[in-house]
Design a protein around this ligand. Structure first.
Ligand code: GDP
Ligand code: MG
Length: 435
C-alpha cells in the first residue's frame, strides 16, 4: 500500500469543552521527524507519559504513536491526551502549526484513510452516519454498514466481468471472428443480479428512512386530532390541545422514536379559511412543510367530510399522503383508523411501517445501503439490469456492451473505486472536525 505524501494535519478528536481529557490527533508522513523538536515519540502503540513544553506551558500528556500504514489514516498518527482545557488544546494546536502541522478540514482524517485504501467509500459513509446517529436502531444500522463491502456487490462484479469481456470482444472482433453474444444466456446470467438489486432497493429505501429519520407532517382540518396525535407520538405534551378550532397556529417540531421508527414530527395549523391574521399565517406555513417531509398524515375525523380547502392543498402531494381516520372510538371508520385518546394507534404503526419500510422489520435492513447517493446509484443499476435482461434479439452488439459497462461503472461509483472527487467532497463536508 503506498501512502500519499501530504502535509501533516491535526485536529481535536474530542469536543473542545472543559472536560477530563481532550484528545488531539496528528496525521502525516514521518511524524517522528516532524515532531522531534517538540516530543520524542514513544514506541508504537504504547501509551506513554511525556512532558510537553511550549509557550511557557508545561503539560504532562499521554502520547500514543501509530506508525503508518497500520493506523487509522494509513499515515503516521500521533495522539496527545491532555487535560481537558479547551484553551490549552487550542494553544497546542497552534504550536503544532509552528512545526508545519496544519489544522485538518472536516473529515480529512477519514478522507486520507480512504485515499490510502484503509476503508472504502461505503464504510466512510457509514462512519459519518454512525457519528450522528440519535437512536439505538440508527447506531446498529450504521455499524452494520461499517464493515466489509456487501457480498452482493462483489458477487455482481464477478458475475458481470466475463460478460463484459465477451460483449466487448463481440464489438471489436465479432464480424471477422464470427463471435456472437447469446442474449438468452446473457439474460439468464443477469437475472439473479437483477433480482438481487431489486431486493436491495427495497431494503435500502427502508434503511434510509430508519437511518436518516422520517419527516412526518400531521395535516388536516381544525379539530381533526393533529395535536393530540403529535403529543401521543412524541410521548410528551408539546402541543396545546383544546376543543377550540384554530388552536395550533405555528409549525411545531419534535424528534422522537415511536415504536422503533425515528420520527421528526411536524404539527401544523388546521387548514381552513380564516379572518384571523395569525391563523392565516399559520395556514400559510403548512405548504413548505408539505414540500419537505417524507410523508404527510392527512387526519380525517371518522364520518366527517374533508373540506375542499384541505383536499385542494393536498393534491400536489398525493404521492406522499397517508389518510388516517381519527376519532375511531366515536364512529366506525374505513381503512387506517385510530382512537388517539384511547391510545389505540396500532393501525397507524402498521400503516407507517408498510408505507415507509415496505413491510420489512427494522432488523431486515441491517447491512443494507442507506444513503441518498447509494440509493440513486442502486436505482440506476436496477434499470441497467432490467434493460440487459430484456434485450431485443436484433439489437446492435454495442448495446449489451455499453449496458454492461454502464452497470460496471455504477458499481465502481457505488463503492468509490472511481475516486470521483464530487462524491468525496459531498461526503466529507458532512463530517465533524478531527474524524
Ligand atoms: N374521542 C376522541 N377525541 C379526540 C381524539 N383525538 C383528539 N380528540 C379531541 O379532539 C379535540 C381536538 O383535538 P386537537 O388534537 O387539538 O385537534 P387539532 O386541532 O387537529 O390539533 C380535543 O379535545 C381532543 O381531546 C380521538 O381519537 N378520540
Ligand atoms: Mg392543533
Amino acid at each position: 500500500m503506498s501512502t500519499l505524501s501530504l502535509t501533516p494535519i491535526c485536529a481535536p478528536a474530542t469536543p473542545l469543552l472543559p472536560s477530563a481529557v481532550v484528545v488531539l490527533r496528528v496525521s502525516g508522513p514521518d511524524l517522528s521527524a516532524v515532531l522531534l523538536p517538540f516530543v520524542a515519540l514513544p514506541p508504537p502503540r504504547v501509551a506513554s507519559l511525556r512532558t510537553l513544553c511550549w509557550g511557557g506551558f508545561r503539560e504532562r500528556a499521554l502520547v500514543l504513536f501509530f506508525p503508518g500504514p497500520a493506523s487509522y489514516t494509513g499515515e503516521d498518527v500521533v495522539e496527545f491526551q491532555i487535560h481537558g482545557n479547551p484553551l490549552l488544546a487550542r494553544r497546542l494546536l497552534q504550536h503544532l502549526g509552528t512545526l508545519g502541522v496544519r489544522l485538518a478540514e472536516p473529515g480529512e482524517f477519514t478522507r486520507r484513510a480512504l485515499l490510502n485504501g484503509k476503508l472504502g467509500l461505503l464504510e466512510a459513509e457509514a462512519l459519518r452516519d454512525l457519528v450522528v446517529a440519535e437512536t439505538d436502531a440508527q447506531i446498529r444500522l450504521a455499524q452494520a454498514r461499517a464493515g466489509a463491502e456487501p457480498d452482493w456487490i462483489s458477487e455482481a462484479r464477478r458475475g458481470l466481468a466475463p460478460w463484459m469481456a465477451r460483449a466487448e470482444a463481440v464489438v471489436d472482433y465479432g464480424e471477422e471472428e464470427g463471435i456472437l453474444l447469446n442474449l438468452k444466456d446473457l439474460a439468464k446470467a443477469m437475472e439473479p443480479f437483477r433480482a438481487r438489486f431489486h431486493v436491495e432497493q427495497v431494503r435500502a429505501r427502508a434503511a434510509r428512512h430508519l437511518q436518516d429519520g422520517i419527516r412526518l407532517a400531521l395535516v388536516g382540518a381544525p379539530n381533526s386530532g393533529k395535536s393530540t396525535l403529535f403529543n401521543a407520538l412524541a410521548g410528551e405534551d408539546r402541543a396545546i390541545v383544546t376543543e377550540l378550532p384554530g388552536t395550533t397556529r405555528d409549525v411545531l417540531e419534535v424528534r422522537c422514536e415511536w415504536r422503533g421508527l425515528p420520527l421528526r414530527l411536524f404539527d401544523t395549523a388546521g387548514l381552513r379559511e380564516s379572518e384571523d391574521p395569525v391563523e392565516r399565517l399559520g395556514v400559510a406555513r403548512v405548504g413548505p412543510v408539505l414540500e419537505m417531509v417524507d410523508l404527510v398524515l392527512h387526519l380525517i375525523p371518522a364520518g366527517v367530510e374533508t373540506p375542499d380547502l384541505v383536499r385542494t392543498m393536498l393534491v400536489p402531494f398525493q404521492a406522499k399522503v397517508l389518510v388516517v381516520h381519527t376519532f375511531a372510538d366515536l364512529c366506525p371508520a374505513p381503512g387506517l383508523a385510530i382512537a388517539t385518546t384511547l391510545g389505540d394507534l396500532d393501525a397507524l404503526e402498521t400503516g407507517l411501517k408498510e408505507r415507509l419500510l415496505g413491510g420489512l422489520a427494522p432488523d431486515a435492513c441491517l447491512g443494507a445501503l442507506a444513503t441518498g447517493r447509494q440509493l440513486e446509484l442502486l436505482d440506476e443499476l436496477g434499470k441497467q439490469l432490467d434493460l440487459l435482461v430484456d434485450l431485443d434479439a436484433g439489437c446492435f452488439p454495442e448495446l449489451p456492451a455499453s449496458l454492461l459497462q454502464g452497470a460496471w461503472g455504477l458499481l465502481a461509483r457505488l463503492t468509490g473505486e472511481d475516486r470521483a472527487d464530487s462524491a468525496l467532497d459531498a461526503l466529507f463536508g458532512g463530517f465533524c472536525l478531527g474524524k
